[in-house]
Design a protein around this ligand. Structure first.
Ligand SMILES: [Fe+2]
Ligand SMILES: [Fe+2]
Length: 257
């Protein structure tokens, strides 16, 4: 009998901490020992407050408590998920807020959201470079296909030049909210072990596009935020090292008979 596979279901008592990284943009982070990584959510407090990914099932209470330190939950206007995966929007309870709308990529909408029973279908989907104003902030949606998943997208907040790249530029460990150490080697090792990219090509094309956009702060879903001065190290590591899938999946060798 095969073992029941592990999911990104984390313990309900996972504690989350909150820090304001850039004017009105908060990182809500919980470290999960089992995986050796943090799960980070980002709250953009604006006229229409936006939560960028929710964290996995189990983290909802911890994340919601921290959101409530900034705004009442009922004020939440948007919840964005950047690809169809349980740590992106396992906290679907956020969709109970009265006026909240789900945001996703056009591909997430067409490929995954439609046609399932019991999956919320009320959402707004975006094609590349479309912009959503939330008040003083502007969310620009970037389609980044095959940077991890077919439906992957990222968000670039134009006024603060903040990049939300989901699982790109992630690092292991539980470090400071904004990193000063260079963990780009650890990032590459993590990608090799986890096997989340099929090929380096789309990742490198996207990394070059992002470099041209000049993010002042990068907000990965796992690990610390990366400031403008350190960003190029992480791009260089992606340009100059192999990290695509080579038989390892979530730290385990896949033996094909
Ligand atoms: Fe992912
Ligand atoms: Fe993730």
């Amino acid at each position: 009998m095969p073992e029941v596979s592990k999911t990104f279901r984390v313990a309900k008592d996972t504690t989350a901490s909150i820090s304001e990284i850039t004017d009105g943009i908060y990182r809500i982070s919980g470290f999960v020992n089992e995986y050796g990584i943090t799960f980070n959510q980002f709250l953009i407090n604006d006229e229409k407050p936006t939560l960028i990914h929710t964290g996995p099932v189990g983290m909802y209470e911890g994340v919601a408590e921290k959101v409530k330190e900034v705004i009442p939950l009922e004020k939440l206007a948007y919840v964005a998920f950047l690809h169809f995966e349980s740590d992106e929007w396992g906290g679907m309870e956020f969709l109970k807020s009265p006026d909240v709308k789900l945001l996703c990529s056009d591909l997430s909408s067409r490929l995954n959201l439609m046609g399932w029973d019991g999956v919320p279908v009320h959402h707004i989907s975006f094609w590349d470079s479309e912009v959503l104003k939330t008040g003083r902030r502007s969310l620009r949606f970037l389609m980044t296909p095959h940077v991890h998943h077919w439906d992957s997208m990222m968000i670039f907040e134009d006024t603060t030049k903040s990049l939300f790249p989901s699982d790109l530029f992630i690092q292991p460990g539980d470090n400071k909210p904004v990193i000063s150490d260079d963990l780009s080697k650890e990032m590459i090792q993590l990608y090799r072990g986890a096997g989340i990219f099929a090929s380096e090509i789309p990742v490198r094309q996207t990394a070059q596009r992002l470099l041209k956009m000049g993010p002042k702060m990068t907000f990965p879903m796992h690990g610390s935020c990366i400031d403008q001065g350190s960003f190029t190290r992480y791009v260089d590591a992606l340009m100059n090292n192999e990290f695509a899938y080579s038989g390892m999946l979530l730290g385990q060798k896949l033996e094909v008979s």
